[in-house]
Design a protein around this ligand. Structure first.
Ligand code: PPS
Length: 585
């Protein structure tokens, strides 16, 4: 999508699209000029926002919100000019960067490879009241980081926001499923070419199954519209099925819909899982992409449950608000209840159409994931064999999944000895590739320049976490045996591994410091006591006992051999190993 004129935008929620991209020539010139600009390296979420701003998916926004729009959106769900807009679109940066900026200054916004996607003309910078934002935008449970957007706000977003207009140089490059990627303008043109003027869009962040096919078929027939399968593929809820797998699933699903009445277009949006507010945002976006109708099912864009087990939003909150604002937004809502399978009729139907006493079935996302992890079949009534096969290709059963076994404990606690014994037992067992990342060995090869300050120790654990996460991602077992004295860095390593699709097992080798001192196999405690070694863990540097260990090992009463068996038994119990050669005691 290219435009030779300056950015423009027309009436709010009309049919006009903002186009922030300048011509190729202008982009080249600006790139040269930008050598003198400060640079901001965009986060993955910010890259999604920039793409949606540049391609007009966020019309009528012209850039990242300034303080006045932001405040008004948080409080009233409207931009300061009164246009309905429910979600703040802000550029969060760290304090140091924010402080270096002056009003009117231009900054280069770069993607992960350093490519300049856009220039931002700084209009505003401010320190937001995050508590207030969470409360106003995400509602009840606004201090609960189980909500992905609240977690992002408190734990990932920078302290400051920078607002200003964007000048688009180029859209982020995508190499995957390119035949299913359209800008709003391109999709509108495509609909025109197909002669479609009634289009019902279906938003999804999950694989689709028989229930969803029934739902879109009903929606299409009710509205006499063609179907747009419009999956969010930017960022969704952590732990969701990756978009590559989902796209392969949608390509199977589209074959189940009447030929030439349905198509797939990927939406590069970063979801916030904001339930009622998010549904309005989705409607604005779909209108921009040319849809005339929008399916809103049960718990639309719901983040799941709060830490106390109660839902963040009620299942039909989003439907209610969608219907309330549909007219203003200029897109019709097609509400749907949850679809369930009625064996008696061998059909899917809305749950309210099931007569009392009639049996019905459904499989929740959690149960689906559990079935896949255990390598169990997905029933025919639930999904198509082609879809099941795609999911099984991605979701290895547990005995094929990557695992990190992360030993932590004081120097001399016995971590390396137990980890070594475990490695040998795993190799004897067979069927798994095993890598040992021992504390001393890592320090020799991976972290040779690091010392033992808190900062260096955390960096060391970060590196171990990174390598372990790569091993786990490729289905291997990583055994790590550093001291890892700080809870936060152990948690960070856990996150790195699990975010990469691996499993993480924390094993606390809980030998008391007095015992380690008594054993003192390397003579380090003696040196630490005399002050020869400074900042020694357990003597002159802290060790934070883990409260989140999956296993705690008692080296006072059991040998390394027995303790390695204990870990092995745990791995078998949890399904990470098939069969075992260890005899039960
Ligand atoms: S950390 O804190 O996790 O980064 O430590 P780690 O990489 O496991 O390194 C621990 C090994 O380094 C030796 N050593 C020290 N340990 C603790 N504190 C200080 N100041 C220190 N200086 C050297 C020690 O041999 C540790 O090995 P293990 O196998 O744990 O005894």
């Amino acid at each position: 999508m290219e435009n030779s004129s300056a950015p423009h935008f027309d009436e709010p929620h009309g049919n006009e699209l903002v186009n922030l991209l300048v011509s190729k020539q202008e982009a080249e010139d600006l790139k040269k000029q930008s050598a003198n600009f400060k640079s901001w390296n965009l986060t993955p979420r910010q890259i999604c926002d920039v793409e949606m701003l540049l391609n007009g998916g966020f019309s009528p926004l012209m850039g990242f919100m300034g303080k006045d729009d932001y405040t008004s959106v948080c409080k009233n769900m409207r931009l300061k000019n009164g246009v309905l807009w429910p979600i703040p679109i802000t550029l969060d940066v760290n304090a140091e960067f924010a402080k270096s900026l002056n009003k009117g200054e231009k900054i280069a916004l770069r993607d992960l490879e350093g490519v300049i996607l856009a220039i931002l003309e700084v209009r505003d910078k401010w320190k937001p009241d995050k508590t207030q934002e969470a409360k106003l935008v995400f509602g009840a449970g606004c201090d609960d980081t189980a909500h992905p957007a609240i977690n992002y706000l408190y734990n990932q977003a920078g302290e400051y926001y920078v607002g200003g207009k964007l000048i688009g140089l180029e859209l982020p490059t995508h190499y995957d499923f390119t035949e299913h990627r359209y800008t709003p303008e391109e999709l509108r043109q495509h609909f025109k070419k197909l002669g479609w003027n009634r289009i019902v869009a279906f938003q999804t962040r999950n694989p689709m199954h028989r229930a969803h096919v029934e739902l879109v078929l009903r929606a299409a027939s009710q509205t006499q519209a063609n179907v747009l399968i419009n999956p969010s593929v930017g960022m969704t809820k952590p732990g969701d099925v990756d978009h590559y797998t989902r796209m392969r699933v949608y390509q199977e699903i589209i074959k189940k819909l009447p030929k030439s009445r349905a198509m797939i277009s990927m939406l590069p949006v970063a979801m916030r899982m904001g339930g009622p507010r998010e549904v309005l945002w989705h409607m604005i976006i779909r209108k921009n992409y040319g849809a005339t109708h929008f399916i809103v099912g049960r718990d639309h864009a719901g983040p799941g449950n709060r830490s106390d087990g109660n839902p963040f939003y009620e299942p039909y909150d989003a439907q209610e608000i969608a219907e309330k604002y549909a007219q203003e937004l200029g897109i019709e809502v097609v509400p749907f209840q949850m679809m369930v399978y009625a064996p008696k009729h061998d059909a899917y139907m809305p749950i309210d159409d099931i007569t009392k006493g009639t049996e019905y079935k459904s499989i929740s996302g959690t149960e689906l994931r559990a079935r896949l992890a255990e390598g169990r079949e997905l029933p025919e009534w639930f999904t198509y064999p082609e879809v099941a096969a795609e999911l099984q290709r991605t979701y290895n059963p547990r005995h094929k999944q990557g695992v990190t076994i992360f030993f932590t404990g004081l120097s001399g606690a016995g971590k390396s000895t137990i980890a070594n014994a475990l490695m040998v037992k795993l190799l004897e067992h067979g069927g798994r590739s095993v890598t040992l990342l021992d504390g001393d060995v890592v320090r020799k090869h991976l972290s040779s320049e690091l010392g033992f300050s808190k900062e260096h120790r955390n960096l060391n654990i970060n590196r171990i976490g990174f390598v372990a996460s790569e091993i786990a991602k490729h289905g291997g077992i990583a055994l790590c045996a550093p001291i890892a004295p700080y809870d936060a860095s152990r948690k960070q390593a856990r996150r790195m591994v699990t975010d990469n699709g691996g499993r993480f097992v924390l094993v606390h080798v809980a030998t008391p410091v007095e015992e380690c001192e008594k054993r003192d196999r390397k003579g380090l405690y003696a040196a630490a006591k005399t002050g020869k070694i400074k900042g020694f863990t357990g003597v002159s540097s802290p060790y934070e006992e883990p409260a989140d260990a999956e296993l705690t090992l008692d080296t006072l009463n059991y040998s390394a051999d027995k303790l390695a068996d204990q870990v092995l038994r745990y791995l078998k119990q949890e399904g990470y190993l098939l069969g075992t050669t260890i005899l039960e005691e």
